[in-house]
Write a protein of this length. Structure first.
Length: 340
């Protein structure tokens, strides 16, 4: 069987070549019945669009870039899952670009990436989604972008995040409800807005419950397991020792669990431990970690889908999509009541 073309799809579906092109590019001015007929023709004929020819015809590359810098592999995997799902639905390709650069070197790197690949748009994950110099650079070059998990929604761009501050408040209140008053906190990387939001939620919960904030119970990590281990050794060497530790992500919380075990502390009988993100490690270790499940895949999927709609919608008044998704508290075996 010869390879299906846009012409053969049009003939099979009984529509014009232009209509097939509109369906392929997710344009809105096609009836649902016609769209379904063309999409069925794609399946029946196993039609696969030629990305090079398609790009030349529309003066677009049909490539979306995703820039990230995060030590958590599970977080990046979830970002990629959401992004790939959106790209698959919209017939786009995804280019994943890890970057650890800062300052002018970062901007030069992004500029080279755009020139080399002719990206149609960029999805920015933390910490780049909050970097003013990056946002201003993309605006100056007229490069459409969407932000995943930004600290605020006040930028004039597509932005999708979760309610990190409220979620951190809830998990701290859970620990307080179990009788804990000396609750230690391990911060994340200082470049990430989530670090500030989660710390703020922790502080708000202490304040609401009239619990004194003790600076010595706070240490700074960078979202990595090793940084969590270093912070845990400092915190668990304090006298008196805190009865609970809330770490800003699950990898650091898992490191706290390791150090507690090395010190022969029983979890949760002698110490409660909580994390954030619901990474695989949170449910694969014992005791399982109480944590917050972020809708990372959905955040990325939504941000990228709305970004692509900017290219296909004909309405110049299309409002920018800005949304806050709900995170979910998941209680597992690492938290328990204080034993008197």
């Amino acid at each position: 069987m010869s390879k299906a073309t846009i012409n053969s799809v049009a003939k099979y579906a009984g529509v014009s070549k232009k209509t097939v092109s509109r369906v392929l590019n997710e344009e809105p001015n096609v009836s649902s019945a016609t769209r379904e007929k063309v999409q069925q023709a794609f399946k029946d004929l196993d039609y696969r669009p030629n990305p090079i020819a398609r790009g030349l015809a529309h003066n677009r590359s049909f490539i979306i870039g995703c820039i990230y810098d995060n030590p958590s592999k599970s977080y990046i995997t979830r970002v990629q899952t959401g992004a790939l799902s959106a790209c698959h639905e919209k017939n786009y390709n995804l280019l994943i670009h890890p970057c650890e650069l800062r300052g002018q070197a970062l901007l030069d790197n992004i500029d080279a990436l755009i020139r080399r690949t002719r990206l149609d748009g960029i999805v920015l994950t933390p910490p780049f989604c909050d970097k003013t110099e990056v946002l201003e650079y993309l605006k100056s070059k007229n490069i459409p972008y969407a932000r995943v998990a930004p600290g605020t929604l006040d930028d004039d761009s597509i932005s999708v995040r979760s309610n990190d501050e409220q979620a951190a408040f809830e998990i701290t209140e859970l620990l307080i409800s179990l009788g804990h008053k000396d609750i230690a906190f391990i911060k994340g990387h200082p470049d990430h807005s989530s670090t500030t939001l989660r710390f703020s939620g922790y502080l708000n919960a202490l304040k609401k419950n009239n619990i004194e904030f003790k600076p010595e119970l706070v240490d700074e990590g960078n979202f990595s397991y090793h940084s969590g281990e270093d912070s845990a050794r400092k915190i668990l060497s304090l006298s008196p020792r805190p009865s609970a530790v809330f770490a800003s992500n699950d990898y650091m919380a898992a490191a706290v669990l390791k150090v507690a075990s090395q010190l022969s502390l029983k979890v949760p009988e002698e110490m409660s431990i909580a994390g954030f993100d619901n990474a695989p490690i949170a449910r694969h270790i014992w005791p399982g970690l109480t944590t917050i499940a972020q809708p990372v895949e959905q955040m990325t999927y939504t941000a990228l889908s709305k970004l692509i709609e900017q290219f296909t919608e004909q309405d110049d008044e299309l409002p920018l999509h800005q949304e806050t998704l709900e995170a979910q508290l998941i209680i597992r075996e690492s938290t328990d009541k204080v034993k008197n």
